[in-house]
Design a protein around this ligand. Structure first.
Ligand SMILES: *[C@@H]1O[C@H](CO)[C@@H](O)[C@H](O)[C@H]1NC(C)=O
Ligand SMILES: *[C@@H]1O[C@H](CO)[C@@H](O)[C@H](O)[C@H]1NC(C)=O
Ligand SMILES: *[C@@H]1O[C@H](CO)[C@@H](O)[C@H](O)[C@H]1NC(C)=O
Length: 366
């Protein structure tokens, strides 16, 4: 008898959820395809699409491996300082035989519980380098999540666009940026003496760290002359990447659009600095609560591009999806949160926030 009740209850709950997602939550919008410099947006879009496009499974193992790797760098930021500094934090501290990863600087701002590290990996044979700036998330994620319910868009990031962000995130980024100013210059001067053919810069972070990484990415892209030697510009040497994991919403929709425009439209930068490539990946997991905060009712909105991990039963069923999150209306390109990825999942909670694949975000680093 109890079993029957449970089964009927489950069926009702599931069908209610499916109906709710189809009928109530999905905003009817007439969306048409756009062509941008990023190939993932050029797939055809049905002209009469009334709802968000279904997420597409990511078939490229190269991209999946890259995001996995970038998530490791984000996870390493949670390790104790000494372990980060000598890069001895087990599987969270990946290294290549030909190109060991060297941590150049670790900075902490204890009053606000902020921390980040700057490291690099140089492959002298291939003449390439990867520079990573990884931001740690909050150590007390539950009370931090509670605070997010009441966050404000109280800092104007770009007046001309009305792009506003949460002041708490932005001041956190500013504090760490000051800590890294001199170490950054020293590291880049060192790399500039090598005859490099390609330099990839990666800003990454999990949770709060993801929010801070977004500002770092924008600062790199919009003020490149503060960060990179002119000789690198003339050779279009630099690729710029942002990978965040479980990132909360950072700003309003105009800010989300700014992140997108900066990525696809390099003429927006103050100084002409040709980047070889810019790539933004916002990784979300299943029904993680944090990417659903701060709430959209307070005016917050996510930036593209969401990549969503859906959990099956057993880790081999975990699938990575690319979530279509950009649309045009008439001549206007707009960013859009996709209801069929992390946003539309039932019962958002913190469990999905604490790990992706086999990577746990916490201070245990073996
Ligand atoms: C913005 O609001 C938050 C509370 O949500 C507060 O902690 C922070 O100090 C405010 N920042 C500014 C710059 O006003
Ligand atoms: C890129 O930005 C410039 C300057 O704001 C603008 O004129 C141009 O239309 C933009 N291009 C695209 C493809 O958005
Ligand atoms: C940077 O992004 C591009 C695609 O957007 C990707 O091909 C490349 O592997 C990424 N690199 C890193 C280090 O994330």
């Amino acid at each position: 008898m109890r079993a029957i009740v449970v089964v009927i209850g489950t069926v009702l709950w599931l069908s209610g959820w499916v109906l709710a997602r189809q009928v109530v939550f999905l905003p009817p919008e007439l969306d048409t395809p756009i062509a941008t410099t990023e190939s993932q947006h050029t797939t055809p879009w049905p002209a009469n699409a009334l709802r968000d496009r279904w997420p597409e499974p990511v078939s490229s193992t190269q991209l999946r491996d890259q995001l996995y790797h970038n998530a490791l760098y984000a996870a390493a930021a949670y390790c104790p300082r000494a372990q980060v500094l000598d890069w001895s934090c087990g599987h969270k501290c990946p290294t290549l035989p030909r190109a060991p990863f060297v941590v150049h600087h670790y900075a902490e701002y204890a009053p606000r519980g902020l921390a980040a590290y700057l490291g690099y990996q140089m492959d002298s044979a291939a003449k390439t380098a990867l520079v990573v700036l990884a931001f740690r998330g909050s150590s007390d994620v539950h009370s931090w999540a509670y605070d997010l319910e009441f966050a404000h868009l109280n800092h104007t990031y770009d007046e001309s666009r009305d792009a506003r962000v949460h002041g708490g995130f932005y001041t956190g980024f500013q504090l760490l940026r000051d800590e890294f100013r001199i170490p950054w210059q020293k590291l880049i001067q060192h790399l500039a003496t090598k005859e490099l053919q390609a330099v990839t810069i990666l800003a990454t972070g999990h949770s709060l760290g993801g929010a801070l990484a977004v500002f770092q990415y924008l600062d790199f892209a919009q003020n490149p002359n503060d960060y990179f030697p002119l000789a690198w510009a003339s050779r279009a040497l630099v690729s710029l990447n942002l990978t965040t994991v479980g990132e909360p919403r950072v700003g309003n929709r105009d800010f989300a659009t700014l992140v997108y425009d900066t990525t696809v439209n390099q003429t927006l930068t103050n100084v002409p600095f040709p980047f070889k490539h810019l790539g933004v990946h916002r990784l979300t997991a299943h029904n993680d609560l944090i990417p659903n905060l701060p709430p959209t009712t307070l005016g917050f909105y996510h930036h593209p591009h969401e990549y969503w991990l859906s959990y099956g039963i057993g880790s081999h069923l975990t699938q990575l999806y690319r979530c279509p999150d950009v649309v045009t209306k008439g001549s206007q390109t707009r960013v859009k949160e996709n209801w069929l990825c992390v946003k539309g999942q039932p019962t958002p909670n913190m469990y999905a926030h604490m790990a992706v694949w086999d990577i746990a975000f916490g201070p245990v680093c073996l």
